[in-house]
Design a protein around this ligand. Structure first.
Ligand SMILES: Nc1ncnc2c1ncn2[C@@H]1O[C@H](COP(=O)(O)OP(=O)(O)OP(=O)(O)O)[C@@H](O)[C@H]1O
Ligand SMILES: O=P(O)(O)OC[C@@]1(O)O[C@H](CO)[C@@H](O)[C@@H]1O
Length: 303
């Protein structure tokens, strides 16, 4: 079973407008509200691809109820910890000439609530996959990913971490099965801009030296690279298409990778191409990738 953990789920309020004028009243031409947060997105795309998962994390208040309800309406399973106070955040995604995002802070997560999540994670067993994705609210200790990985050590679970630089660097010692920095995040981890594929793969190798097993580097419209634990590397251009909504492209890529790995009986190469196609299918669509969209793109990049 795949479990996704999202510490700070959200309602993503997606707005489209011709131009965003600072300091003015702006009127939108399109609006939508979707459940969000990286782990939830991974679960929703897995569902679209025909794979079950269970989402874990924290929700609070009326926005939390809306997250739960909408998430369930997509046919996704969740076992969230409900917090007594506060409300799940609303993240505003403004699509004008350029994309602007305003992500909320999220509710306070008490020590007792953290323990409740840890109890839920006790059910993980050999062969299960855990996806830890997204930021940690600043009301939580920033070693929480490490604490989870420490507790699960030796159980034979595959752990995927999709987080930004500080968080990601800290979990490497626990041997995550897959990490997915984008090319900019990878550069930031080393305090430099990485321009060529050779530079990116060399630095992915440095993350492997620190403990990461497989490193998937996403590069938005430039495609992706994969460095596997047995030293093989794969590259793929992004499929051709028109960018409609890049929110969740990275999460979709993780879901596609997992689905591809599962469906191919454990081929990292197949997982990689399915990941790229799924990321791009989400980027080219108003909503998250669907199976027919992914299959159509996969045919354009895979043999
Ligand atoms: N403009 C684009 N054109 C084609 N494919 C894209 C585009 N943007 C994203 N993708 C696809 O999605 C994958 C992941 O995108 P990206 O590198 O932006 O991840 P990310 O930085 O984690 O994104 P996010 O945090 O917005 O989810 C890319 O490797 C590519 O396959
Ligand atoms: O604030 P975080 O946790 O880093 O990111 C949250 C978020 O921006 O990521 C998802 C897209 O990847 C959105 O659904 C969500 O709003």
């Amino acid at each position: 079973m795949v479990y996704t953990v999202t510490f700070n789920p959200s309602l993503d309020y997606i707005l489209r407008l011709d131009a965003l004028e600072k300091g003015e009243i702006n009127r939108v031409t399109y609006e939508n509200i979707l459940p969000g947060g990286k782990g939830l997105n991974v679960s929703m795309v897995l569902k679209n691809l025909g794979h079950e998962s269970q989402a874990l994390g924290f929700v609070a208040g009326f926005t939390g109820e809306a997250v739960e309800k909408q998430f369930a309406s997509f046919g996704c399973r969740a076992d969230f910890v409900r917090l007594p106070d506060g409300f799940s955040r609303i993240n505003v995604k403004i699509k004008a000439k350029e994309e602007t995002e305003i992500n909320g802070q999220g509710p306070l997560i008490s020590e007792a609530a953290q323990q409740e999540l840890f109890r839920k994670l006790e059910k993980l067993e050999k062969g299960d996959t855990l996806v830890l994705a997204g930021s940690i609210p600043n009301t939580l200790p920033d070693d929480i990913y490490e604490r989870i990985m420490e507790r699960l050590a030796g159980r034979g679970c595959r752990i995927i971490v999709d987080a930004t630089k500080g968080l990601l660097l800290k979990v490497l010692a626990y041997g995550p099965w897959l990490i997915k920095p984008n090319n900019h995040e990878l550069g930031e981890m080393f305090g430099k801009e990485l321009r060529t594929e050779e530079e990116l793969l060399a630095h992915a190798g440095k993350l492997q030296e620190k403990g990461a097993r497989n490193v998937l580097i996403s590069m938005a419209g430039e495609g992706a690279l994969l460095l596997t634990e047995d030293g093989k590397s794969y590259r793929s251009p992004a499929p051709k298409g028109t960018l409609v909504n890049s929110v969740g492209a990275g999460d979709s890529m993780v879901a596609g990778f997992l689905a591809g790995y599962e469906e191919s009986g454990g081929s990292l190469e197949e997982a990689f191409f399915m990941g790229v196609a799924t990321g791009s299918a989400s980027a080219f669509s108003e909503n998250l990738a669907t199976r027919p969209e992914v299959e159509a793109l996969l045919r354009t990049i895979r043999r």
